[in-house]
Design a protein. Structure first.
Lengths: 137, 412, 322
């Protein structure tokens, strides 16, 4: 794939507008290798970013997180990364800021909270709320 | 090749449908997804009978509609194997969106289209309405005029469709009833030779190739659509070269020679007709008779390769005649017929300036006889001698009632 | 009848489920908070086998395969609006043939064939196609992504749209309370085809859903899964409420979770600890807000009665195992 697709003329395109997800061939069952070990081509949507859809973003607090993986299963954008049964973080390239991860986080205080896009992760963590007491709104 | 072979006679007596079915069988089609409709039903029924008697290693899916039949063919073809089906008329009309999808997705499929009139009114007989409906669908389209040719064309369709420079679906046409239900002598290839000629299916971007996951059937918007349609068009136009190569190879194998544009009597013709289907064979008889009896020199031209349209070859064939009648066997839908348009379009940029008329004939299986053709030839001869069309450009011939004709541009 | 190669992966709990190597990528164009992708991820992650996936024209197809990007890490095909089911049936048949003719790698277990379609495709325009596939008994799974409207084209009604819902082609107005027809019972219809396994699932109850998907994958023949897909854009709730609304749907029994085996044995697979009034479910979605006008409130009562009656019926059927 030497030439980016955007520069190709009709004669260089794959017939039928077919798209290949990976460069080269896949040697092993994909379920056995995590995405970071796969050779995605520029035609996989993974190579794109939709981070600019956000105006607010989720910030993850690893201190309070219990690795329940609720956020992982309910993320519509494959943007909660979990490895070896542990939460690793948010994939900000693919996160659209929907806030579902926050809504399903069971800890008190939540381990995922939405902040304005311009707030840095460090600042967000320093502003983390305290544990809510019973009856507190 | 299928594991159970059929011992065929050197000369078989087959109708056009059986010719299709046998070609499918010998081509070792992997999946036939089909729906029955007159007059193509027997293509599917014969094939199902072969399957029931162990002559087919592939599968037969009897779908619940023609649209589903072609959808199944596309899914199976994209999965990575040889697929084929047959239909006519209403069934073809029902699957029309899938025809565009198959060609856009560049999936090789062979469709035996047994040409039949389109409703309404409902008619099961042969005319070219359904053939014309496929015009813009992006398929290669070839026409057979007899059961022998139906067998030959259908067999060759697989080679054309799967050729790596083409990878487009192909329609193998024949006249409904006139060819599909008329039994004639057919010289088939034996199973081994036919199988060797068609060859093995080569996968391209197959869904079942898990080493290279592929996405088929994407959406393209204003930034990409034109490039993909351009590429598809280029492939279809390039298919003419492949058709000629396959025809040449077939001639070596069988001695039967086919051309992208067939013609008869054009060496000394002063007038000509252009037509498709079995009318071509009737014309040969009429041409010989009228030459002997009345000294009129007529020729007939038929674009056997209908799509991609062999514009240059057709134009070359018609440079020396003084009058041409383009005979369209389909209700014209408010304008001149398809052949009139395509022939005139082919000639307009050449020096030839013959008189060109459009005859609408044979709708719904109305017969075009030798006598009827001779009348047409005489009129052409008269027009050519007078140097002008007598009457209007388009006439409906063979219909009871007052003369129905349209379009007059004399005096412009 | 031959047995399917059972290569089921074991999913003990959510932590072990989270070790799945994803085959559905982000940066698709689905709305933030869309349940479709939650469903697709749960389905694809429920198996480690090779996948051949088809989708009908609709939100999922349009948003995951716009040239030049694809979100699918597996073989995928889209033909048209009606026919993801038939596309997959064709692929499944071709696989059968190629295997028989020795043209497939015989070491690998059979791939899973999955067709996705929205309620538009499933309940309406593609209904005949699915019926044909199920009658013919292909080895495939069909997952309906049911958001109760033609969402991709802006929210027009489908035969899955429930009574009283406001859609763009059956809107609520001064002279109408919106959709006048009842939601079609697609699960019963597919069970009546003699399908070996049909089930209704919701992505918020991931364990129930994944269990059913795995059972579907292990079942030979055509399997139908109706998956509730709460649509933030068309049901008009905030993107971060998708799981909350889905919870209300299953806890109010508006979207009961059950399975039917061989068209006969019905099992209810989720019994809410606390059943929520239907009113609360309707109240969470602005597509129903006009029902809370005094002149329309009777419709909410009718809703509750209908849901209660159906729950009764489901429980009775479960009892008698017929």
């Amino acid at each position: 794939m030497s030439k980016p697709i955007s520069e190709m003329g009709w004669d260089e395109l794959v017939p039928g507008a077919a798209l290949h997800t990976f460069d080269g061939t896949v040697e092993t069952n994909l379920s056995n290798i995590q995405p970071e070990e796969r050779k995605y081509s520029e035609t996989s949507s993974k190579s794109m970013s939709v981070g600019d859809w956000r105006v607010i973003k989720p910030v993850w607090n690893s201190e309070t997180c219990i690795d329940c993986q609720n956020c992982w299963v309910f993320c519509p954008d494959t943007s909660i990364i979990a490895r070896n049964k542990e939460m690793r973080g948010v994939d900000y390239e693919h996160c659209k800021g929907c806030g579902l991860c926050v809504s399903v986080c069971p800890t008190n205080p939540k381990s995922l909270l939405m902040f304005n896009e311009y707030v840095t992760v460090e600042d967000a963590l320093s502003q983390w709320p305290e544990k809510k007491k019973k009856g507190e709104l | 090749m299928n594991s159970r072979k059929m011992e065929l006679n050197k000369v078989e007596v087959w109708d056009g449908n059986m010719a299709n079915s046998q070609a499918f069988r010998q081509a070792d089609v992997d999946v036939v997804a089909a729906y029955p409709i007159t007059p193509s039903t027997a293509t599917v029924e014969n094939y199902a009978m072969f399957h029931a008697n162990g002559y087919i290693d592939g599968e037969v899916i009897m779908t619940e509609s023609e649209h589903a039949a072609m959808s199944g063919c596309i899914g199976a073809g994209a999965a990575g194997g040889r697929v084929a089906t047959a239909t006519s008329s209403q069934g073809l009309a029902l699957m029309i969106e899938t025809l565009y999808q198959a060609s856009g997705m560049r999936i090789p499929v062979v469709l035996c289209l047994v040409n039949r009139a389109l409703a309404a009114p409902l008619n099961v007989n042969g005319d070219h309405s359904d053939l014309y409906l496929t015009r813009d669908a992006g398929w290669v389209s070839i026409d057979a005029f007899s059961p022998q040719q139906a067998y030959d064309m259908t067999l060759m369709s697989f080679r054309i469709s799967e050729h790596l420079d083409v990878r487009l679906p192909v329609i193998s046409n024949q006249d409904g009833f006139m060819t599909s239900h008329t039994a004639q002598n057919v010289h088939p290839l034996d199973d081994d030779t036919a199988s060797k000629f068609v060859g093995e299916y080569k996968q391209v971007n197959a869904l079942l190739n898990f080493e290279k996951p592929v996405t088929h059937g994407v959406q393209t918007e204003q930034d990409w659509h034109f490039e993909h349609k351009a590429k598809q068009h280029a492939a279809l136009m390039g298919a003419k070269k492949v058709v000629k190569e396959i025809f040449a190879e077939f001639k070596e194998l069988t001695g039967r020679e086919y051309k992208v544009v067939e013609s008869y009597g054009m060496e000394d013709a002063e007038v000509a007709i252009v037509c498709l289907g079995s009318t071509y064979e009737t014309a040969i008889v009429a041409i010989d008779e009228i030459k002997k009896e009345e000294g009129i020199n007529v020729g007939v031209v038929a674009p056997r390769l209908f799509r991609p349209f062999p514009l240059e070859e057709v134009a070359a064939e018609l440079q020396t005649v003084k009058a041409i009648a383009c005979m369209d066997r389909s209700a014209p839908g408010g304008t001149v017929g398809t052949l009139y348009n395509e022939i005139s379009g082919a000639l307009i940029n050449t020096p030839a300036r013959p008189l060109v008329t459009n005859l609408i004939y044979g709708l719904g299986g109305r017969d075009m006889t030798v006598a009827g053709l001779k009348d047409i030839f005489r009129q052409l001869d008269k027009d050519a001698k007078a140097g002008k069309i007598s009457g209007n450009i388009q006439k409906l011939v063979g219909v009871r009632g007052p003369e129905l004709s349209f379009y007059n541009v004399q005096g412009l | 009848m031959s047995t399917l190669q059972n290569t089921q992966k074991e999913i003990k709990n959510l932590k072990s489920f989270s070790t799945a190597a994803e085959r559905f990528e982000g940066s698709h164009l689905l709305c933030p908070g869309c349940a479709h992708s939650i469903i697709v991820r749960e389905v694809l992650n429920a198996t480690n086998d090779n996948l051949v996936v088809a989708a009908s024209t609709g939100c999922l197809e349009v948003c995951t395969a716009i040239y030049p990007h694809t979100s699918w890490d597996c073989s995928w095909i889209h033909i048209g609006f009606e026919n993801s089911s038939t596309a997959i049936a064709g692929a499944e048949t071709m696989h059968k043939v190629l295997k028989r003719k020795g043209r497939m790698n015989s070491d690998e277990p059979d791939p899973k064939f999955v067709a996705f379609g929205g309620d538009g495709s499933t309940y309406d325009i593609g209904f005949q196609w699915i019926s044909g596939c199920f009658e013919r008994g292909h080895n495939m799974m069909y997952v309906c992504l049911d958001n109760e409207v033609y969402a991709n084209t802006g929210g027009q009604r489908s035969s899955s749209t429930p009574i009283g819902s406001s859609t763009t082609t059956a809107p609520a107005g001064s002279h109408s309370y919106g959709e006048k027809r009842q939601k079609k019972d697609i699960v019963s219809i597919m069970a009546a085809h003699g399908s070996p396994y049909v089930a209704q699932v919701a992505p918020n109850k991931w364990k129930d859903m994944v269990k059913k998907i795995q059972r579907g994958f292990a079942t030979e023949g055509p399997v139908f899964i109706n998956a509730m897909s709460a649509c933030t854009t068309e049901w008009k709730f905030a993107p971060n409420q998708t799981i909350e609304v889905s919870d209300l749907a299953v806890d109010s029994l508006v979207f009961p979770l059950y399975e039917i085996i061989d068209g006969k044995e019905l099992n209810i697979t989720y019994r809410p600890k606390n059943v929520v009034p239907v009113r609360d479910y309707l109240g969470a979605q602005p597509r129903f807000k006009h029902l809370f006008k005094p002149e329309n409130e009777y419709l909410i009562d009718e809703w509750q009665k209908r849901i209660d009656a159906r729950w009764e019926f489901l429980q009775k059927r479960e009892e008698i195992k017929l």
